[in-house]
Design a protein around this ligand. Structure first.
Ligand code: SF4
Ligand code: SF4
Length: 184
């Protein structure tokens, strides 16, 4: 019984003589391919050529240091709680005497990991952080062959101590200020 009048009876049609030759269909297909040869390519030769990305693009994270080169993160866990993808894990440790030049606060992240395969680049970790420690940057997460390679630890996330190794997040911050949104 027909419930709607949308159904159609499909009848298998016999191919005509021309259609049975297949040649017209092949030529038609080839003409489409040749037409595309003269069109502007929709792809770029990445990584040699890079597309311009939006100033507010959210890519790979960075764990920032302060002006004295000390890690800002105090392992409070707020970023991990805010993360909807449960991509962040960390282990806190107490700063020992003599480590004041390494960590800004008395507590620091001995281990800090982000699973980039879980991350949806929402930026909520950045919003939640009270210590200006974590930011998303315009850096693209590189491809890898194994899942394990996408779990980024402090060795990848923490920016370098030297001024030339610092990761610039100014462009994104400025863009947010201009649009009235905020990273905090
Ligand atoms: S950007 Fe979003 S999903 Fe990715 S780690 Fe931060 S809070 Fe989690
Ligand atoms: S990155 Fe920020 S929110 Fe996350 S643990 Fe460190 S200080 Fe806390």
């Amino acid at each position: 019984m027909q419930l709607t009048n949308r159904s159609k009876v499909v009848v298998k049609r016999e191919l005509t003589f021309i259609e049975k030759l297949y040649l017209p269909a092949i030529l038609q297909g080839l003409s489409i391919t040749i037409k595309h040869l003269f069109r502007k390519s929709a792809t770029v030769r990445y990584p040699e050529v890079k597309r311009e990305i939006a100033p507010v693009y959210r890519g790979m994270h960075v764990l920032k240091r302060d002006e004295k080169g000390r890690e800002n993160c105090t392992a409070c866990g707020l970023c991990a709680v805010a993360c909807p993808a449960e991509a962040i894990t960390m282990e806190a440790a107490e700063r020992k005497k003599g480590e004041e030049h390494l960590y800004r606060e008395e507590k620091y992240a001995a281990k800090y990991e982000i699973n980039m395969l879980r991350c949806i680049y929402c930026g909520l970790c950045e919003e939640a952080c009270p210590k200006d420690a974590i930011y998303l940057t315009d850096r693209i997460v590189p491809s890898a062959y194994t899942r394990g390679n996408f779990v980024y630890g402090k060795d990848v996330l923490v920016e370098g101590v030297n001024p030339q190794e610092r990761v610039d997040i100014g462009k994104r911050k400025k863009m947010y200020e201009m649009t009235g949104e905020s990273t905090k």
